[in-house]
Design a protein around this ligand. Sequence first.
Ligand code: NAI
Length: 263
Amino acid sequence: MPIRKLISLKGKSSLVTGAASGIGEATAHRLAEAGSDLYLVDINEEKLHDVKKSLSEIYDVAIEAFKIDLGKKNEVDSLWEELKGREPDILVNNAGIYNFRDFIEVDEPFLRKTLAVNLESIFWMCQHMISSRMDSGGTIINVSSIEAILPFAKGLVHYDISKIGVIGLTRALAREYGRRGFRVNAVVPGGIETPSVEKLKKEAILKLKLDIIKTGSIFKNRLPLGRMGKPDEVARIILVLATDLASYVNGAIIPVDGGFLSS
Ligand code: NAI
């Protein structure tokens, strides 16, 4: 099959969570460029609207936006109710939160929220996707983190357990539903310069959070490529996984980290 056909997503639809910013926004751009219609999901309605507007100005695909708090199961359920009969062919579970807090200071609401947004929402999103497309199959890409494999930054224990859960979920679903036509893979980003990472950096400098500044500097020095990554560099790998270029890739956990996990 020619490469332009392998990479084409014409006639398909993709749902991207966390589409209002960073990796999710970049992913929405690449999927639309490949011809996919889009369902954009985020909790931030204003930014979601802006992203939808700028995508519509560039690409000739159908785009719908949904303001959803993925940490609330009832909102996830309502989303799929709304999508009944037109469920996406491709699901990108990207939304995630990374708030630093000392392990000792983590209380129940904080842990519950991290797990609800970063892990449980992906569990429910995948369950809806698979149950609604049991006869047609589909492609799922989950976003984990290098922190899941190599805990590095201090104050992210809650985050690390949520992201290693994403890897477990990905591999289990890949094994269980491959024969039903599903491919389920995960990307493992690290050191990507997104608005949230930039904000963290600025805050750390302004508030003189020495731990975070020090970790950031050690992190950068260890990066084999010697630089941070761009959201689009993750989006391109998600695109490959979403297309027939990756038709025999299932249950893969793919670092997009400039080589950090090998350093
Ligand atoms: P970001 O903060 O720029 O974007 C995340 C988006 O998710 C935001 O638009 C936010 O509004 C949305 N979101 C947050 N909570 C939500 C909720 N409850 N319901 C719906 N939407 C919600 O983040 P970034 O940096 O683009 O990260 C994307 C994913 O990549 C996250 O899962 C993150 O953990 C992961 N990641 C990022 C790395 C990096 O270096 N930027 C490294 C490793 C993993």
